[in-house]
Design a protein around this ligand. Structure first.
Ligand SMILES: [Zn+2]
Length: 168
C-alpha cells in the first residue's frame, strides 16, 4: 500500500521535482540461523522515500525528512534557506511547508488505506500493544531495581552482600 505526492520547486537552475512515496506493508521476517531459516511471521514495514530530480533527471533518493537548518549553521547558507533535503536541496520556509504538508497528506492517505486492511490492522495493533507492554514492564523493572538498591541490594555484585564483595 502506498500514497504518492509530487512537489515541484522552481529554482534559478531549473525545476526540482520531489516524488514523495509513503509505504505501509507487511513483510515476512526471517531470522537466519546456521543452515536454516526461522520464519518470524509478518511485521509492519513503514517507509518514506523522496526521489529528487533536477530538470527531469534523477539526482538521488532519500529516506529522511527535510532537516531544518540550525542557527549555528545558518551563515553557511543563503539568507532564505530554511531547511535541507537529502543534503542536496535547500528549501525556503514556504517550500519546506509545502513538502511537509505533502508528506503529512500522503501519510494520512496510506494510513487510511492500511487501516482498512484487516491483516495489516491486526498486526499493527498487536505491535503497538507489545511495545506498550514492554515499556510498562521496563518501567516496572527499573522501579523494582531502584527499590531493591535502596533496601540494600548491591549494584556491583547483584546480591545483598552488604559490602562483602568490596563494592563499598
Ligand atoms: Zn556486593
Amino acid at each position: 500500500m502506498n500514497a504518492i505526492r509530487t512537489v515541484e520547486i522552481k529554482m534559478q537552475s531549473g525545476v526540482v521535482t520531489l516524488n514523495i512515496e509513503i509505504t505501509r506493508e507487511l513483510r515476512e521476517e526471517v531470522a537466519y540461523a546456521d543452515g536454516y531459516n526461522i520464519p518470524l511471521g509478518k511485521k509492519v514495514h513503514e517507509n518514506m522515500k523522496i526521489t529528487i530530480s533536477h530538470n527531469g533527471k534523477k539526482v538521488m533518493d532519500t529516506n529522511w525528512m527535510p532537516a531544518v537548518i540550525r542557527d549555528v549553521e545558518k551563515k553557511r547558507y543563503p539568507a532564505t534557506a530554511y531547511a535541507i533535503l537529502g543534503g542536496k536541496v535547500i528549501l525556503t520556509e514556504a517550500n519546506y511547508n509545502v513538502v511537509m504538508a505533502s508528506i503529512t497528506e500522503a501519510t494520512a492517505e496510506v494510513e487510511s488505506i492500511a487501516i482498512g486492511d484487516q491483516e495489516y490492522s491486526e498486526i499493527k495493533t498487536n505491535e503497538i500493544t507489545a511495545k506498550t507492554m514492554k515499556k510498562a514492564n521496563d518501567e516496572k523493572a527499573a522501579k523494582e531495581y531502584a527499590r531493591a538498591v535502596k533496601n540494600g541490594l548491591c549494584p556491583k555484585c547483584g546480591t545483598y552482600c552488604y559490602g562483602d564483595c568490596g563494592a563499598n
